[in-house]
Ligand binder design. Structure first.
Ligand SMILES: Nc1ncnc2c1ncn2[C@@H]1O[C@H](COP(=O)(O)OP(=O)(O)O)[C@@H](O)[C@H]1O
Ligand SMILES: [Mg+2]
Length: 355
């Protein structure tokens, strides 16, 4: 899994032979900063971008193959014993409104380099069926984390935040709430040269600017009804800059960006998961203590914890979900949840590149 945060590659080795998936190994590989910069640049039109995009797709395949190799070495498992790699790829454009989404990564090359069958391009089929192509994790949350008598909500705080609503006895649904970490990451990177705001400490040192928060919340996406999904196409540094007057203290802007993410999540829960009893967080943003404090205050009636308590580590949940999605593809099972993506019908997701 390599998500919108552009932090790096989460590789997880899963055994699905039992009733619950067993995590046999995990390995995280951060992107070199040059690759992160290149990927960021590809989010905007550039000269000869078709050529550059294909070269970066090859570079990503090399990085995914290297991460896979490290994972298997550490777990002492040989490539021939691995049924498939579920490779999300790196999103550089997400435009369901225009009928496409691009997750970069040369799957043919990854299959060649690793000697393992690769499943990729999970999102396009759902978009072809009229859906958003995202979020795809709600089906996995439904399968693994729902409770027959307790109303649970799962919130994945990656670059973008998305939620899955699991009301007992009713249909599971989900959507992208809005920004997760990506705006906070971009702001601290510009001002302090750090990749992210550890534990939300810098945000906690500032004060929310009410007028700026209001300008952030006026964004139409925040008021669009689900199904909906978003990415860096909408939320990026330019989006922040358009709403600044230039006089704000940087730490106060960080505090306001944190409040935006906190509001996007808590408002989504209040409006679309009324009566939710338990909220489980996953994704890197689940470690942002200042954000956790915000959510606890905004949702006093919910018990808020990490998914670790339910037996799936918050940092690895999405990587595990994409291994499961690959398994669904190989078994020819539909794995999109039309209630979450808005697709006209369930679909078999993904493309298979044989080893
Ligand atoms: N201790 C922490 N405090 C605050 N934010 C954190 C912490 N650890 C990770 N993060 C955030 O999590 C992000 C990575 O989360 P991840 O789940 O990998 O997102 P994505 O799926 O978009 O790649 C980092 O970029 C950072 O913003
Ligand atoms: Mg990540």
């Amino acid at each position: 899994m390599s998500g919108t945060s552009l932090d790096g590659i989460d590789t997880a080795l899963l055994d699905f032979s039992g009733s619950k998936p067993t995590l046999l190994g995990k390995h995280y590989q951060a992107y070199p900063s040059a690759l992160k910069e290149t990927l960021l640049a590809l989010h905007q039109p550039t000269q000869d971008e078709l050529h550059h995009t294909q070269l970066v797709a090859n570079e990503l395949a090399q990085a995914y193959a290297a991460a896979t190799k490290m994972l298997l070495l550490a777990a002492n498992v040989s490539a021939k014993d691995v049924r498939a790699i579920g490779c999300h790829g790196q999103t550089i454009r997400h435009r369901p409104d225009a009928g496409y989404t691009v997750q970069l990564g040369n799957a043919a090359l990854l299959a060649e380099l690793s000697g393992i069958t690769v499943v990729n391009d999970f999102r396009s089929r759902d978009i072809a069926a009229g859906g958003q192509g995202a979020p795809l994790v709600p089906a996995f949350h439904h399968k693994m984390l729902r409770h027959p008598g307790i109303h649970r909500v799962i919130v994945n705080i990656g670059g973008i935040s998305n939620l899955t609503n699991l009301p007992p006895g009713q249909a599971t649904s989900g959507f992208d709430c809005g920004p997760g970490n990506l705006l906070m990451d971009a702001w601290i990177s510009r001002h302090l040269g750090l990749p992210y705001d550890k534990d939300g400490r810098w945000a906690a040192s500032g004060s929310v600017i009410p007028a700026l928060l209001q300008a952030f919340l006026d964004e139409p996406y925040m008021h669009t009804l689900p199904p909906k999904s978003c990415g860096r196409d909408l939320f990026n540094m330019g989006w922040i800059e358009q709403r600044l007057n230039g006089k704000e203290a940087p730490a106060d802007v960080q505090a306001t960006l944190l409040a935006l993410t906190g509001h996007a999540i808590s408002d989504a829960i209040q409006r679309f998961s009324p009566g939710a009893e338990e909220v489980y967080l996953c994704g890197g943003g689940a470690h942002n203590l200042a954000l956790l404090t915000y959510l606890k205050k905004a949702l006093p009636n919910c018990l808020i914890q990490l998914t670790d308590i339910l037996g799936i580590e918050a940092d690895w949940l999405e990587a595990i979900a994409f291994a499961w999605l690959a398994q669904q593809t190989l078994q020819r099972h539909c794995a999109n949840l039309p209630e979450a993506t808005g697709a006209r019908h369930p679909c078999i997701l993904g493309a298979i590149y044989q080893a």
